[in-house]
Design a protein around this ligand. Structure first.
Ligand code: SF4
Length: 358
Protein backbone atom coordinates (compact mmCIF):
# COMPACT_ATOMS: atom_id res chain seq x y z
CA UNK A 1 0.00 0.00 0.00
CA UNK A 2 1.26 3.46 -0.91
CA UNK A 3 2.25 5.81 1.89
CA UNK A 4 -0.29 8.53 2.71
CA UNK A 5 1.83 11.32 1.22
CA UNK A 6 2.12 9.39 -2.04
CA UNK A 7 -1.65 8.97 -2.14
CA UNK A 8 -2.02 12.70 -1.52
CA UNK A 9 0.19 13.36 -4.53
CA UNK A 10 -1.73 10.86 -6.66
CA UNK A 11 -4.97 12.63 -5.72
CA UNK A 12 -3.71 16.17 -6.22
CA UNK A 13 -6.61 18.59 -6.75
CA UNK A 14 -5.82 19.75 -10.26
CA UNK A 15 -9.10 19.75 -12.21
CA UNK A 16 -12.18 21.90 -11.92
CA UNK A 17 -14.25 18.84 -11.02
CA UNK A 18 -11.96 17.93 -8.12
CA UNK A 19 -11.79 21.55 -6.94
CA UNK A 20 -15.58 21.81 -6.86
CA UNK A 21 -15.60 19.13 -4.16
CA UNK A 22 -13.80 21.58 -1.86
CA UNK A 23 -15.09 25.05 -2.69
CA UNK A 24 -17.68 27.05 -4.55
CA UNK A 25 -15.46 28.08 -7.44
CA UNK A 26 -15.64 31.80 -8.31
CA UNK A 27 -16.05 33.11 -11.86
CA UNK A 28 -12.46 34.37 -11.96
CA UNK A 29 -11.10 31.05 -10.71
CA UNK A 30 -13.20 29.11 -13.22
CA UNK A 31 -12.20 31.33 -16.13
CA UNK A 32 -8.49 31.16 -15.22
CA UNK A 33 -8.52 27.36 -14.86
CA UNK A 34 -10.17 27.01 -18.24
CA UNK A 35 -8.22 29.71 -20.10
CA UNK A 36 -4.66 29.79 -18.76
CA UNK A 37 -1.94 27.45 -19.93
CA UNK A 38 -0.39 26.96 -16.50
CA UNK A 39 0.31 24.11 -14.14
CA UNK A 40 -1.75 24.15 -10.95
CA UNK A 41 -2.58 21.65 -8.27
CA UNK A 42 -3.16 21.39 -4.53
CA UNK A 43 -2.60 18.52 -2.12
CA UNK A 44 -6.02 17.36 -0.85
CA UNK A 45 -4.89 18.16 2.69
CA UNK A 46 -4.05 21.79 1.85
CA UNK A 47 -7.21 22.09 -0.26
CA UNK A 48 -9.22 21.10 2.82
CA UNK A 49 -7.94 24.25 4.58
CA UNK A 50 -9.50 26.55 1.97
CA UNK A 51 -12.61 28.58 2.79
CA UNK A 52 -15.48 27.11 0.80
CA UNK A 53 -17.23 30.38 0.07
CA UNK A 54 -14.63 33.13 0.25
CA UNK A 55 -12.58 33.72 -2.94
CA UNK A 56 -10.38 36.04 -0.85
CA UNK A 57 -9.37 33.14 1.39
CA UNK A 58 -5.57 33.48 1.84
CA UNK A 59 -5.06 29.84 0.90
CA UNK A 60 -7.26 29.98 -2.18
CA UNK A 61 -5.42 33.05 -3.48
CA UNK A 62 -2.06 31.28 -3.17
CA UNK A 63 -3.02 28.13 -5.05
CA UNK A 64 -5.87 28.72 -7.52
CA UNK A 65 -5.04 30.41 -10.84
CA UNK A 66 -6.42 33.90 -11.43
CA UNK A 67 -6.91 35.89 -14.61
CA UNK A 68 -4.74 38.54 -12.94
CA UNK A 69 -1.76 36.34 -13.88
CA UNK A 70 -2.13 37.56 -17.43
CA UNK A 71 -1.18 41.08 -16.39
CA UNK A 72 2.52 41.71 -16.43
CA UNK A 73 3.18 45.41 -16.14
CA UNK A 74 5.95 45.23 -13.57
CA UNK A 75 7.35 41.69 -13.89
CA UNK A 76 10.65 40.91 -15.63
CA UNK A 77 10.69 38.57 -18.59
CA UNK A 78 13.21 35.74 -18.23
CA UNK A 79 13.33 36.58 -14.55
CA UNK A 80 14.89 33.32 -13.40
CA UNK A 81 17.72 33.46 -15.90
CA UNK A 82 18.50 36.97 -14.60
CA UNK A 83 18.00 36.19 -10.93
CA UNK A 84 19.99 32.95 -10.86
CA UNK A 85 22.81 34.26 -13.04
CA UNK A 86 22.17 31.55 -15.59
CA UNK A 87 23.52 33.67 -18.45
CA UNK A 88 27.04 34.02 -16.99
CA UNK A 89 30.20 32.55 -18.47
CA UNK A 90 30.85 30.12 -15.62
CA UNK A 91 30.13 26.60 -16.83
CA UNK A 92 27.64 25.02 -14.46
CA UNK A 93 25.10 22.25 -14.81
CA UNK A 94 21.49 23.42 -15.17
CA UNK A 95 20.76 22.28 -11.65
CA UNK A 96 23.28 24.64 -10.02
CA UNK A 97 22.39 28.31 -9.43
CA UNK A 98 24.98 30.60 -7.95
CA UNK A 99 24.96 34.06 -6.39
CA UNK A 100 27.69 33.65 -3.80
CA UNK A 101 31.21 32.23 -3.73
CA UNK A 102 30.70 29.75 -0.91
CA UNK A 103 27.13 28.53 -1.40
CA UNK A 104 24.90 27.39 -4.20
CA UNK A 105 21.33 26.32 -4.86
CA UNK A 106 21.02 22.78 -6.17
CA UNK A 107 17.69 22.26 -7.97
CA UNK A 108 16.79 18.59 -7.85
CA UNK A 109 13.18 18.42 -9.04
CA UNK A 110 10.56 20.73 -10.58
CA UNK A 111 7.34 19.29 -9.16
CA UNK A 112 5.54 20.52 -6.04
CA UNK A 113 2.65 19.46 -3.80
CA UNK A 114 1.01 22.81 -4.54
CA UNK A 115 1.82 25.30 -7.29
CA UNK A 116 2.03 28.69 -5.61
CA UNK A 117 0.67 31.40 -7.86
CA UNK A 118 3.30 33.82 -6.49
CA UNK A 119 6.29 31.48 -6.99
CA UNK A 120 9.41 33.40 -8.07
CA UNK A 121 10.46 30.27 -9.95
CA UNK A 122 7.15 30.31 -11.76
CA UNK A 123 8.77 30.18 -15.20
CA UNK A 124 10.38 26.87 -14.27
CA UNK A 125 7.93 25.27 -11.88
CA UNK A 126 4.48 26.61 -12.71
CA UNK A 127 4.46 27.87 -16.28
CA UNK A 128 7.28 25.58 -17.43
CA UNK A 129 8.61 28.11 -19.96
CA UNK A 130 12.12 27.37 -18.73
CA UNK A 131 13.24 23.78 -19.17
CA UNK A 132 16.24 22.60 -17.19
CA UNK A 133 17.96 19.27 -16.87
CA UNK A 134 17.98 17.87 -13.36
CA UNK A 135 20.74 15.35 -12.95
CA UNK A 136 21.68 14.60 -9.35
CA UNK A 137 25.04 13.05 -10.21
CA UNK A 138 26.00 15.89 -12.53
CA UNK A 139 25.23 18.39 -9.74
CA UNK A 140 27.08 16.34 -7.13
CA UNK A 141 30.14 16.02 -9.38
CA UNK A 142 30.22 19.81 -9.90
CA UNK A 143 29.95 20.45 -6.14
CA UNK A 144 32.70 17.88 -5.44
CA UNK A 145 35.05 19.75 -7.80
CA UNK A 146 34.26 23.17 -6.30
CA UNK A 147 35.92 23.01 -2.92
CA UNK A 148 35.07 26.66 -2.21
CA UNK A 149 31.43 25.61 -1.68
CA UNK A 150 30.67 25.19 2.04
CA UNK A 151 26.91 25.29 2.03
CA UNK A 152 24.41 23.63 -0.33
CA UNK A 153 20.76 24.58 -0.57
CA UNK A 154 18.75 21.69 -1.99
CA UNK A 155 15.77 23.19 -3.74
CA UNK A 156 13.18 22.62 -6.46
CA UNK A 157 10.25 22.38 -7.02
CA UNK A 158 9.98 20.58 -3.74
CA UNK A 159 12.98 18.38 -2.98
CA UNK A 160 11.15 16.40 -0.30
CA UNK A 161 9.07 14.88 -3.10
CA UNK A 162 12.12 12.81 -4.02
CA UNK A 163 11.98 9.28 -2.67
CA UNK A 164 13.61 8.48 0.66
CA UNK A 165 16.32 6.54 -1.20
CA UNK A 166 17.21 9.45 -3.46
CA UNK A 167 17.26 11.90 -0.57
CA UNK A 168 19.47 9.62 1.48
CA UNK A 169 21.84 9.24 -1.48
CA UNK A 170 22.00 13.00 -1.95
CA UNK A 171 22.60 13.83 1.69
CA UNK A 172 25.15 11.04 2.11
CA UNK A 173 27.12 12.10 -0.98
CA UNK A 174 27.17 15.73 0.13
CA UNK A 175 28.25 14.77 3.64
CA UNK A 176 31.13 12.75 2.21
CA UNK A 177 32.60 15.91 0.65
CA UNK A 178 35.10 17.35 3.13
CA UNK A 179 34.38 20.98 2.12
CA UNK A 180 30.61 20.80 2.81
CA UNK A 181 29.81 22.27 6.23
CA UNK A 182 26.03 22.48 6.07
CA UNK A 183 23.08 21.38 3.99
CA UNK A 184 19.87 23.31 3.67
CA UNK A 185 16.60 22.04 2.24
CA UNK A 186 13.88 24.38 0.98
CA UNK A 187 10.50 22.64 1.18
CA UNK A 188 6.87 23.68 1.64
CA UNK A 189 5.87 20.14 2.60
CA UNK A 190 5.78 20.59 6.39
CA UNK A 191 3.03 23.14 5.66
CA UNK A 192 1.25 21.81 2.59
CA UNK A 193 1.83 18.05 2.93
CA UNK A 194 3.01 17.29 6.48
CA UNK A 195 2.25 13.61 5.84
CA UNK A 196 5.64 13.53 4.08
CA UNK A 197 7.48 13.66 7.41
CA UNK A 198 7.62 9.90 7.84
CA UNK A 199 9.95 7.56 9.71
CA UNK A 200 11.55 6.78 6.35
CA UNK A 201 12.24 10.44 5.65
CA UNK A 202 13.62 10.99 9.14
CA UNK A 203 15.98 8.07 8.59
CA UNK A 204 17.02 9.39 5.17
CA UNK A 205 17.89 12.95 6.18
CA UNK A 206 17.95 13.05 9.99
CA UNK A 207 20.17 11.75 12.75
CA UNK A 208 23.33 13.15 14.22
CA UNK A 209 26.12 14.08 11.83
CA UNK A 210 28.73 16.81 12.00
CA UNK A 211 27.22 18.32 8.83
CA UNK A 212 23.83 19.61 9.98
CA UNK A 213 20.65 19.75 7.91
CA UNK A 214 18.51 22.88 8.12
CA UNK A 215 15.05 22.82 6.63
CA UNK A 216 13.38 26.08 5.65
CA UNK A 217 9.74 25.91 4.82
CA UNK A 218 7.38 28.55 3.46
CA UNK A 219 4.31 29.57 5.43
CA UNK A 220 2.63 32.85 4.57
CA UNK A 221 -0.54 32.94 6.65
CA UNK A 222 -1.46 31.62 10.12
CA UNK A 223 -4.34 29.65 8.60
CA UNK A 224 -1.77 27.36 6.94
CA UNK A 225 -0.57 26.02 10.30
CA UNK A 226 -2.42 23.06 11.80
CA UNK A 227 -1.79 20.50 14.53
CA UNK A 228 -0.58 18.16 11.80
CA UNK A 229 2.11 20.66 10.82
CA UNK A 230 3.09 21.15 14.46
CA UNK A 231 3.58 17.40 14.88
CA UNK A 232 5.57 17.12 11.63
CA UNK A 233 7.85 19.95 12.76
CA UNK A 234 8.34 18.27 16.12
CA UNK A 235 9.34 15.05 14.34
CA UNK A 236 11.89 16.94 12.24
CA UNK A 237 13.35 18.68 15.27
CA UNK A 238 13.46 15.44 17.22
CA UNK A 239 15.71 13.89 14.61
CA UNK A 240 18.09 16.84 14.55
CA UNK A 241 16.71 18.90 11.67
CA UNK A 242 16.41 22.61 12.39
CA UNK A 243 13.24 24.18 10.98
CA UNK A 244 12.88 27.79 9.85
CA UNK A 245 10.38 29.75 7.80
CA UNK A 246 10.80 31.90 4.74
CA UNK A 247 7.57 33.81 4.25
CA UNK A 248 6.77 35.82 1.16
CA UNK A 249 5.14 39.21 1.63
CA UNK A 250 1.89 38.95 -0.31
CA UNK A 251 -0.58 41.73 -0.95
CA UNK A 252 -4.01 40.99 0.46
CA UNK A 253 -2.72 37.85 2.19
CA UNK A 254 -0.28 38.83 4.91
CA UNK A 255 0.47 42.53 4.40
CA UNK A 256 -1.59 43.78 7.36
CA UNK A 257 -0.31 44.19 10.92
CA UNK A 258 -2.62 41.66 12.60
CA UNK A 259 -2.02 38.82 10.13
CA UNK A 260 1.71 39.46 9.95
CA UNK A 261 2.07 39.40 13.73
CA UNK A 262 -0.13 36.33 14.21
CA UNK A 263 1.79 34.49 11.48
CA UNK A 264 5.08 34.99 13.30
CA UNK A 265 3.66 34.23 16.75
CA UNK A 266 2.03 31.05 15.48
CA UNK A 267 5.23 29.95 13.75
CA UNK A 268 7.06 30.15 17.07
CA UNK A 269 4.25 28.31 18.85
CA UNK A 270 4.75 25.59 16.22
CA UNK A 271 8.52 25.56 16.92
CA UNK A 272 9.34 27.06 13.53
CA UNK A 273 11.89 29.86 13.71
CA UNK A 274 10.95 32.83 11.48
CA UNK A 275 14.02 33.28 9.29
CA UNK A 276 13.20 35.51 6.33
CA UNK A 277 10.33 37.51 4.95
CA UNK A 278 10.96 37.94 1.25
CA UNK A 279 9.76 40.84 -0.80
CA UNK A 280 7.65 39.25 -3.54
CA UNK A 281 10.06 39.11 -6.47
CA UNK A 282 9.35 40.67 -9.88
CA UNK A 283 8.76 37.39 -11.70
CA UNK A 284 6.29 37.67 -14.60
CA UNK A 285 2.54 37.52 -13.97
CA UNK A 286 2.55 38.09 -10.22
CA UNK A 287 2.07 41.87 -10.06
CA UNK A 288 -1.14 41.38 -8.10
CA UNK A 289 0.76 39.87 -5.16
CA UNK A 290 3.36 42.61 -4.89
CA UNK A 291 3.40 45.42 -2.33
CA UNK A 292 5.68 48.44 -2.18
CA UNK A 293 9.25 47.52 -1.23
CA UNK A 294 8.97 49.48 2.04
CA UNK A 295 5.90 47.57 3.22
CA UNK A 296 7.83 44.67 4.77
CA UNK A 297 10.04 46.96 6.85
CA UNK A 298 6.95 48.83 8.05
CA UNK A 299 5.35 45.55 9.10
CA UNK A 300 8.46 44.44 11.00
CA UNK A 301 8.35 47.81 12.78
CA UNK A 302 4.60 47.88 13.48
CA UNK A 303 3.79 44.21 14.00
CA UNK A 304 6.88 42.49 15.36
CA UNK A 305 9.59 44.67 16.88
CA UNK A 306 8.91 45.17 20.55
CA UNK A 307 5.61 43.34 20.26
CA UNK A 308 7.11 39.90 20.75
CA UNK A 309 10.35 38.07 21.49
CA UNK A 310 13.40 38.52 19.31
CA UNK A 311 13.08 34.86 18.34
CA UNK A 312 10.02 35.78 16.25
CA UNK A 313 11.90 38.45 14.28
CA UNK A 314 12.54 37.47 10.69
CA UNK A 315 14.86 39.44 8.47
CA UNK A 316 13.06 41.25 5.69
CA UNK A 317 15.05 40.88 2.47
CA UNK A 318 14.86 41.59 -1.21
CA UNK A 319 16.38 38.67 -3.13
CA UNK A 320 18.36 39.79 -6.19
CA UNK A 321 20.91 38.36 -8.60
CA UNK A 322 23.68 39.87 -6.45
CA UNK A 323 22.35 38.29 -3.27
CA UNK A 324 19.87 39.28 -0.61
CA UNK A 325 19.50 42.91 0.37
CA UNK A 326 18.18 43.37 3.94
CA UNK A 327 15.54 46.09 4.21
CA UNK A 328 14.92 46.46 7.90
CA UNK A 329 13.19 49.41 9.59
CA UNK A 330 15.60 52.18 10.43
CA UNK A 331 14.06 54.37 13.08
CA UNK A 332 16.10 53.65 16.16
CA UNK A 333 18.85 56.24 16.19
CA UNK A 334 17.11 59.57 15.85
CA UNK A 335 20.01 61.76 16.89
CA UNK A 336 23.69 61.43 17.63
CA UNK A 337 26.24 63.97 18.85
CA UNK A 338 29.67 63.80 20.47
CA UNK A 339 28.13 63.13 23.88
CA UNK A 340 25.16 60.86 23.29
CA UNK A 341 22.77 58.90 21.11
CA UNK A 342 19.04 59.51 21.19
CA UNK A 343 17.19 56.23 20.61
CA UNK A 344 13.55 55.53 19.84
CA UNK A 345 11.65 52.32 20.60
CA UNK A 346 8.67 50.69 18.89
CA UNK A 347 6.21 52.80 20.93
CA UNK A 348 7.84 56.07 19.85
CA UNK A 349 9.40 56.59 23.31
CA UNK A 350 12.93 57.99 23.38
CA UNK A 351 15.93 57.51 25.61
CA UNK A 352 19.59 58.47 25.56
CA UNK A 353 22.84 56.56 26.01
CA UNK A 354 26.37 57.98 26.12
CA UNK A 355 28.44 58.03 22.94
CA UNK A 356 31.91 56.53 23.06
CA UNK A 357 34.56 58.05 20.81
CA UNK A 358 36.43 55.60 18.55
S1 SF4 B 1 6.24 25.08 -3.36
FE1 SF4 B 1 7.98 26.48 -3.71
S2 SF4 B 1 8.80 25.96 -5.73
FE2 SF4 B 1 6.75 25.03 -5.55
S3 SF4 B 1 5.39 26.52 -6.47
FE3 SF4 B 1 5.43 26.95 -4.27
S4 SF4 B 1 7.03 28.50 -4.02
FE4 SF4 B 1 7.31 27.58 -6.06
Amino acid sequence: MAEEWVEQMQNQVNTLEKLEKYINVSDDEREAIEALDTRWGISPYFASLMDKDDPDCPIRKQVIPSMKEQVNKYGMENYLVWKENRATEEVRPDCIARQYTDRIAFTVVEICAIYCRHCFRKELVVDQDLQLRFDLDEGLAWIAEHTEIRDVLITGGDPLLLSDDKLEYLITKLREMPHIEMIRIGSRLPIVLPHRITEGLKKAIGGYHKVPVWLNTQCNHPKEITEKTAKAVYELLSCGINVGNQAVLLKGINDDVDTFRELHLKLLRTRIRPYYVFYCEPAPGIDHFRTTVEKGAELIRDAIRGHTTGLAQPMYVLATKIGKIPLMPDYYIIDKNEKEYTLRNYKGETTKIPNIPE
